[in-house]
Design a protein around this ligand. Sequence first.
Ligand code: 13P
Length: 252
Amino acid sequence: MTAPKALVAGNWKMNGLKASASELSKLNTLIQEKGAKCDVLICPPYTLINTFVSLNAKNVSIGAQDCHMNMSGAHTGDISAEMICDLGCEYIIVGHSERRADHGESNEIVKAKAVAAQSVGATAIICVGETIEQREAGQALQVVTTQVKASIPDSAKVENTIIAYEPVWAIGTGHTPTTGDVEEVHQAVRDVLQSRFGDAGRNIRILYGGSVKASNALELMSVKNVNGALVGGASLKADDFYGIISAYDKIG
Ligand code: 13P
C-alpha cells in the first residue's frame, strides 16, 4: 500500500506583516526551480490571507489557523470557515494546543470547528498532543487517542481531514520526541482512524509537529505513519522551510 502524499504545512502563528509576502514569493520560486515531492501549505495570520492568496503562488496552498464553529452571527472578533473559504483557502487548522490552552477549547469545540471547516469544503487539520506532565506520567498514548476520538467528526474523510500530532512540550522548545516515541503515537492514531473509518482511516494524513527543522526533518519524516509536518518557527523564512520540504527528495 502506498503512503498518502505528504504535506509540509507552515503555521505562522501570530507572526508576519505585509512585507512577509516576500517570503511566500521566495518559497514559491524555490519550489518552482528546485521542485517539491510533497504538498506545501502556509497558514499565515488572518490579516495576511488575502494578500497571500492574491499573490497566486501556484506551488503553495494557503490556509487559516483557526475558525469559529458558526458560519456567521454575533461573535465579535471571530472569523468563520465560510469567510476563510471565501478568500480561497483550502485548509483550516483547528484545535492547536495554543488555542486549547489560551482559549479553553475542548475536544467538543474542536470537533465543531472541524465540521464547520469541512462543511465549506476545506480540509480540517485537527491538532492533538500531550503535555510534558502527561508524557512523564506515561499517559501520552491515552491522552492523544482520547483527543483524536473526541475531536474528529464522523464526517471525516481523506479529502477533508488531517491529524497533526504535536507534543505540547516539543513546540518551540527545540526538543523533539525520539523517533520511536513518534512512531508509537502515530501508530496509535492510525489504529484509531482505521478502526473508526476503515479504508479512509488508512489514508488520512497524520502530520508530526514540534521543533521540526531542516536538520531533523529527514529523520522525523521517515518515521512510519508520519505523512508530513506542521512547522512553526522554521516556516517563517522560505529558505528554512524549503530545507524541510526538500527532505522529501530523499524519502521514497
Ligand atoms: P515549532 O515548529 O515552532 O515548534 O511549532 C510547532 C507548531 O506549533 C506548529 O503548529
